[in-house]
Each structure stands twice: as C-alpha cells, then as structure tokens.
Design a protein around this ligand. Structure first.
Ligand code: ADP
Ligand code: MG
Length: 702
C-alpha cells in the first residue's frame, strides 16, 4: 500500500501530536487514508446564500452571510443560554446556544462576518437559529478554486485546537498535492465502471472533497456509495453461496401421505395465495439438498403458523422430526395448542417442552423424542439444552427472531449429527425491502403479504387526554358486550422506575372505576416473576379478567381473540413498529376491534407523524417504511445488527436504487462466476479479499 496513505496522522504537516491524538480519539482518524475516507457530510455553496428577509418557513435550512453584532449571556434559573444577533443588509436573526455556552462565547468575535448555517425556527414570528454552525469569513480572498466548500463533522475539542473546516480542507488539499493516481487502487473492474458510468476511485476521492460544482460532488458520492454497498452485498452473497456449498441439508424429496392427507382432509380453510406461494418457495428450498436458511415475514395474523406446520409435515413425510421454538412459555403453549388442534386425527404425534414441564412428564417427552416417537416438538428455548436429543431432526422453525440470538441458532446446528437442520425463522415485524436485503442479505426471504379474507380492519383512533371520560364510557360499553381490553403503558429501561409508577397509578385509576367483583383486572409487567406473569396472563386468556394493564411484554405473539380493544397510553413514547405490534394483538376475532392511541395535548412533529401513520394505515410494510424514515435503520434493527450496517455515505432510506443495482450486479456476477475466477473478475476477487480482512466481524450476523 502507498506510503503516503499509511502515514500516521500526527506526522502530517499541520497536525502534530495534540491534534493527532484527538483525531484518533474523536473521529477514529489514524492515518492519511482515514482522513481521506472521512467524507464531508455536506457542502456550502458559496454562490448561494439567502438573505435574512427571504427566509421564513419553520424548519427550513438556511445559509447566511451575516455579521454578528451582539452577544449576550442569559443566566436564567432553569437554563443558561447564549443569544447573539446576526445582521445582513436585509434584516436580523437571533442565534441561540443552550450548550457549550462559555466556549461559543469565546469563539465569537463581534462585528465579524460569518457564514451561518442552521435550521430556522419561528417562535411567535421571531426568526431564530439554535446551535448554528459558524465559520468566520476572513478578509483574505479564498484560494480555493471551487464554489462548493466541503463541511466535515468534527468535535468541539478539535475545533478548539484550530482544526476547523477551513483547516481541514487545507490539510486535505496539501495531501492531494502529493497524492498520485497510483496511490489509490481501483476496486471495480472497468466493465463495471463503464457500464454503470461510475467515476474512477481516484477521481471520486478527490472530487468528493473538492468538487467544482454540485454535479461533480454528486457523481463522486454516487461512485463511493456504490462501492460501499456493492462490496457489502458481494461479501454477503459470497458467504451465503459458500455456506450452501459447505453445508448439506436434509433433502426433503417427497411430498407424501402426511402432507397430502392433511391438505385434503384437515386444512380448516383455504390457503391465501400468499401462503400458497410461500409454501412452494419453501418446498423448493428444502428439496434442493442444501440447507435452508429462510426468513418468513408476515404481518400479524397473516397465517405464518399454518405455513410452518405444512413445512413440518413435509419433514415428517421424509422421515425427519421437526421442532418449533417460541420465545415465551405462553406463546409456545399457544402454538402447541393450535398445532395439536390442526393435527387432530391425523396420527402425527406432537410433544411440548418448556422449563415448566417437569419430572416424569419431562422424562417421557425426552424419551419419545430421542426414540423418534414424536414427530413434532413445540416449546421454548429449553429445547436447545444439551440433554434434549432428537432422533432425526430435519427442520427447526423459530417464531419471532428478535429474541433468538445467533448463538441459539448455532445450538440447533448440533442437534443432528448428520445434517444441519433447515431453519425457518418467522417474524411479524415487517422489514422494508432495502433493509431486509442488507440486514438479512444472506438469508432467503419469503413474504406473506396478504391477510386471510374476511378480517375486519382494526379501527384506530387518536384521543387526547381531555377525552378520557369518553374513553371510560367506551370501555364500559365494550366490556358490557363481553369483550376484553388491553391497556398498555410505555416502559423503557432509562426511566423504568418512573414508568412503573406511572403504570401503577394508571392501574389504580382504572381499578377505582372498574371495581370488583363486577370487574377484574390483570396486571403484567417485566418486574413480575415469570410464574406470576404467566398466571396473570392466563387469567386474562381464560376470560377471568376483563382488563389487562400491561407494559409491552404483551407485544409478542399473544393471541386472545376475545380481546378487541387496545388502548395505548403515552402513545408518543412508542416507536411505530412497536405500535403496530401492539395493535396486532386485537382484531383476531370476529368482532370489530379498536385501537385507541392516547396522547397528551402537546405532540412533537415526529410524534404527530407517527400517530398519523398509525391512524391512516394498517399495512405493516408501509408502517415499517415510515419507521425507517423517521428513525433510521439502527434503531429499527436493534444494536446487534446495526453495527454491520453503518454505512458512511449510503442511506438505506434514500438510496434504494443504488442498493438494488449493487445487489443485482453482485448477484449476477456470482451466478456466472461463483469463485470470481474469470480474468475480468480478478480485481473484484482481490478487492473482496481485502473487504473480508477489513470486516472480520461482519460474518457474525449470518
Ligand atoms: P401469525 O402470522 O400472526 O402467526 P397465525 O398463524 O396465528 O398468524 O394466524 C392467525 C389466524 O388466522 C389464526 O386463527 C389462523 O387459524 C387463521 N388463518 C390462517 N390462515 C388462514 C387462511 N388462509 N384463511 C383463514 N384463516 C386463516
Ligand atoms: Mg404467530
């Protein structure tokens, strides 16, 4: 590798040990290469300022050239802030800081002209910018040849040390003076760059920092984005293909009596087209001789259980056993009950195991399982323990993947000495396609995108606190009709104690209105012992209580068809996906169901949008898309997976096209040349190898 690129950052002229230390510490920039590959996050177009009289839309981003005329520190009881007035020829605007006040105060030189960038807020018609970015305009004329200035994210510490945007641009510029084209190795073969009209890597790297105009910047960004996602996809697909070749799966060649008889005689309803399609996809996969790793996505109530059951019947037809795992006892028990009912009279033997199955009963189950006298076993993660031995395990169905870590999946792999069982992971959390392609790029994905016919859509309403009286009336009416009601309170770790108090208070208020013996109430939250939780849940399932006051523990999978009202308290504190999951708890019976979103009278813009989304659609995929837009992929996937998806440039929300192209191109290349042996692909092979070296940990997600 080029000497220049590997040069430690502190040895670069103009950096030195102190700034070097903070570049490493704050921005993880250790070498010249790191510096060049830390891209600007936006540009300032110096030809394109607005004047203060032209701005006025709340929330708009504004770029001004103005003089700061006065600075005032305001020390209130509650808040310490700094207020400055900036003026141009057309008017004035207030700049505000609530953090780093003393530092900003020192930085600002009155009567100096600044480039000011920020988001406008209008408060009673007054124009203000909170925490704007400032850059002083020096009198000397700028030496840069472009009208676009790169802006980098930095830290207070580095700016204090004098490494502001301007210095950073100058630093990069001196490195470019030395940089030769041969220092930057191309990673993509010419046939790709030509066909996709991508800039060379060298050119893109220079132009992303020093674009002449917007087009040059965009083209450079596009090239580097493509590279970012392309190698990710190539690596993902490459490992997937490797794994397929390495691990043989049990081959389910025949569709036999068990499946056919059930399908003909016991199927309680006609499958939806989506269910039929997915069963076919799975059938092809499990018959291929390769191990299946498939994610089955389907909204709540879309009928995943039946698809899982049919898949398990295919395993049985081929002489294999099947296991179905659920994250909680309640869910496992529900699956067991419904599967047993479906299979009534078919002769298929189903067992159940969880931590609660003890003594003689447990011994019998384990014994039968080992001897192959059970065809299907349903249960909790107790089934993963070493003492659980199968006779011939062929497939594992895992419901609700979020609770099942990779480690647990790995345990399943050891349950059959001859084959790695097929794995079907089911989730009711719709994942937008772009995200699925990335987060689960190495899994095959099936989607049930259709609900069984005749479902009544859950009516969703937004109610403010002031309407609580009406809500109580409504609850009375529904209970009088024999329905059951959920009331869900938010609970997050950071404010757990407060949240629990809140729930307790809510419970007491409800109890004061809905009094025993006429009314019974269940309470379920995470602090309860599992046994107590199960007991409370059970009382509700058995209709012994009419109201269930709970935290989100009821989010996953629970099925109480008679519960037809879901009331969510402090709705603004829930994420969209969570709200969608919660709403999915109702609408399971024949009755009209309701979801009532309670909120305070004041809502943030985002809170409003979330509630609006919930009220306007019940389509899980649309909601997931909105969630992705509002929160970004990290939050959506949880921390575990987001690590591998931290792209510097690519946005999973906005760059669908690039993402799809990259995925298709990568797939086509590997389909034609699985080992990248073709001379044209030599460069790709080399780049991919480097990519794997650099991302050693990313294989963990498979
Ligand atoms: P989920 O995908 O949420 O796990 P379930 O498998 O629990 O959904 O199915 C929800 C309900 O829909 C169950 O009562 C099930 O019997 C019923 N169901 C599933 N498929 C169909 C279908 N094709 N037609 C009618 N009802 C169906
Ligand atoms: Mg389910």
């Amino acid at each position: 590798m080029s000497k220049l690129l590997t040069k430690p950052i502190e040895f670069v002229k103009g950096v030195g040990p102190t700034k070097g230390k903070f570049l490493i510490q704050d921005l993880n920039i250790r070498t010249v290469e790191d510096l060049l590959y830390t891209f600007p996050f936006r540009y300032v177009d110096k030809t394109n300022y607005t004047t203060i009289n032209q701005i006025g839309r709340d929330g708009e981003k504004v770029l001004l050239k103005a003089k700061i005329t006065s600075v005032k520190e305001l020390k209130g009881k509650r808040q310490h802030r700094l207020s400055a007035i900036a003026k141009d020829d057309t008017g004035y605007i207030e700049l505000l800081w609530f953090k780093g006040v003393s530092w900003v105060k020192k930085m600002i030189i009155p009567d100096q002209e600044y480039i000011i960038y920020g988001r406008l807020s209008l408060f009673k018609g007054k124009k203000t910018l909170a925490h704007p970015e400032l850059e002083m305009i020096k009198n000397e004329s700028s030496k840069l040849k472009t009208s676009l200035d790169a802006v980098y994210s930095s830290t207070e510490q580095l700016t204090k040390l004098g490494l502001d945007n301007k210095t950073r641009r100058r630093l990069i510029s001196t490195i470019f003076d030395e940089l030769k084209e041969s220092d930057i190795q191309e990673t993509l073969p010419p046939y790709l760059t030509e066909r996709l009209k991508l800039k060379s890597r060298y050119e893109a790297l220079i132009k992303i920092h020093q674009p002449k105009n917007r087009q040059e910047a965009d083209e450079s960004i596009a090239r580097l984005k493509f590279e970012e996602i392309f190698f990710f996809q190539l690596a993902m697909l490459f490992s997937k293909q490797r794994r397929k070749l390495k691990y043989k799966g049990p081959s389910f060649q025949t569709i036999g009596e068990t499946f056919n008889n059930f399908y003909k005689n016991n199927l309680p309803f006609e499958l939806t087209n989506a269910q039929k399609r997915v069963v076919k996809e799975i059938r092809t996969d499990v018959g291929s001789g390769y191990q299946m790793n498939r994610l089955l996505q389907g909204d709540v109530g879309s009928g995943k259980t039946m698809v899982a059951l049919l898949t398990m019947l295919i395993a049985i037809d081929n002489g294999f056993q099947a296991v179905m795992l659920a994250p909680t006892q309640i869910l496992a028990q529900q699956h067991f009950d419904s599967i047993k009912e479906y299979l009534d009279g078919t002769g298929v033997r189903v067992g159940y195991l969880s931590g609660a199955v003890k003594g003689k009963e447990r011994k019998i189950v384990l014994d039968y399982l080992r001897k192959g006298e059970l065809n299907i076993i349903v249960g909790t993660h107790a089934l993963l323990e070493d003492y659980v031995v199968f006779n011939k395990l062929g497939i594992a169905v895992i419901d609700e993947q979020h609770r099942f870590g990779v480690m647990q999946r790995a345990k399943l792999w050891n349950k059959n000495p001859d084959f790695i069982p097929h794995i079907l992971v089911m989730t009711a959390t719709p994942i937008p396609r772009t995200l699925a392609m990335t987060a689960y790029g190495d899994l095959d994905v099936s989607v049930i995108d259709e609900l069984p016919p005749g479902r009544k859509e859950v009516k969703t309403l937004h109610m403010r606190e002031s309407k609580r009286y009406q809500l109580i009336q409504f609850m009375r009416e529904e209970i009088a009709k024999g329905r059951q009601i959920y009331i869900v309170f938010p609970l997050i770790e950071e404010s757990e104690t407060l949240d629990l108090q809140n729930l307790q208070r809510g419970y007491e208020e409800i109890r004061d209105i809905f009094k025993p013996p006429e009314f019974q109430i269940s309470v379920v939250h995470g602090r309860l012992k599992p046994a107590d939780k199960d007991l409370e849940m059970k009382r509700f399932v058995e209709k012994k209580t009419q109201i269930m006051v709970a935290t989100t523990v009821i989010e996953v999978g629970v099925n109480v068809p008679n519960a037809s009202v879901m009331i969510i308290e402090n709705t603004e504190r829930f994420g969209l996906s969570q709200l969608h999951q919660l709403r999915g708890r109702v609408g399971r019976g024949a009755e009209q169901s309701y979801c009532i979103l309670m909120s305070g009278n004041k809502l943030s813009a985002e809170g409003k949008e979330r509630i609006h989304t919930m009220v306007s659609t019940t389509d899980g995929f649309k909601i997931a898309e909105a969630d992705l837009r509002l929160r970004g992929p990290g939050d959506l996937m949880g921390t575990q997976q987001s690590g591998v998806m931290r792209f510097q440039l690519l946005s999973l929300v906005e760059d669908r096209n690039i993402l799809t192209t990259a995925r298709n191109v990568a797939k086509r290349i590997l389909d034609n040349d699985p080992n990248l042996d073709h001379p044209d692909n030599k460069l790709l092979r080399k780049s991919l190898k480097k990519y794997f070296e650099k991302h050693k940990d990313w294989g963990r997600i498979s």
